[in-house]
Design a protein around this ligand. Structure first.
Ligand SMILES: [Fe+2]
Ligand SMILES: [Fe+2]
Ligand SMILES: [Fe+2]
Length: 272
């Protein structure tokens, strides 16, 4: 059962209601897959209905979300659009005409897996930041680690502090010298950020495992979503306006990190 909890809220009524609908759809699929009394034909019918529902859902919901983001000039609009396009592509790749019983079951299982990842990687990691991204690159004081970000677990706090420092280094580099000079240095700091983030999540998850923390699965999924985002950065794709691209990136990464620490990491108990 996938529960729509406060962690999933964006605070925008229309978007939250539509996300709630997606949770309902996912729970319906989970019910069908676990109900052994369902005949093969019923499962096939359910699979077809699911795809039709998801096509409608993607079309309407993404339109609403993108319109809202455009209206408030949300800097993440482009990144969101490309993630939405991937979802739409996935749903449209299913061919209803050739779907038979065995393919129907496989489609349901495959979509179930995809949708549950979508909940964590997209709704919890990107949508919950809609309208909340604060401009950090112009206000580097936000990149100074302070008491209010502490969790009380020494190793976690130490590593969070280092993540803030790397982001601050990246921001500083992005605003000095000319574009040609800094290109390589920027790439190096991004590499460092990727490596250190992976190391940090690994250490944090190990700590949570050692105290048998029940929020570990949620944390793992959120961490993976962030790693996916950092890994998708490819500076070779950006020919012009690298500086602006990095500014937007820093804003997103810093906001994600601050939001994650304050909403999720601070719930990790210091010791047991
Ligand atoms: Fe959404
Ligand atoms: Fe979205
Ligand atoms: Fe975390």
């Amino acid at each position: 059962m996938y529960k729509f909890t406060n962690d999933c809220l964006t605070g925008i009524e229309l978007i939250d209601n539509e996300h709630r609908m997606l949770f309902e759809i996912i729970n319906k699929v989970a019910d069908i897959l676990s109900d052994e009394s369902k005949s093969a034909e019923e499962v096939l019918k359910a699979a077809k209905n699911l795809i039709i529902d998801l096509k409608d859902y993607a079309e309407i919901h993404f339109l609403h979300e993108e319109e809202y983001m455009k209206k408030i000039h949300d800097p993440e609009l482009l990144r969101q659009k490309s993630e939405h396009a991937k979802f739409t592509e996935k749903v449209n790749s299913v061919d209803l005409k050739t779907m038979d019983v065995s393919r129907g079951i496989r489609t349901l299982q495959d979509m179930m897996e995809y949708l549950s990842l979508w909940l964590y990687r997209h709704i919890l990691s990107s949508d919950t930041l809609i309208g909340k991204i604060e401009i950090v690159h112009d206000n580097p004081v936000m990149l100074v680690f302070s008491e209010k970000y502490c969790t009380g677990v020494d190793i976690i706090d130490m590593e969070h502090r280092r993540l803030f420092e790397i982001l601050a280094d990246l921001n500083e580099l992005n605003h000095e010298g000319n574009t040609y000079d800094r290109r390589e240095a920027v790439a190096e700091v991004i590499e460092e950020l990727k490596d250190y983030t992976v190391k940090h999540f690994h250490d944090e998850e190990n700590y949570m495992e050692s105290i048998q923390y029940d929020g570990l699965t949620l944390q793992r999924n959120l961490h993976q979503a962030f790693v996916d985002k950092i890994e998708s950065i490819n500076l070779d794709d950006i020919n012009e306006n690298q500086q602006v691209y990095i500014d937007v990136l820093i804003d997103f990464l810093a906001n994600w990190l601050i939001n994650h620490i304050m909403k999720t990491d601070q719930k990790i108990p210091a010791d047991i």
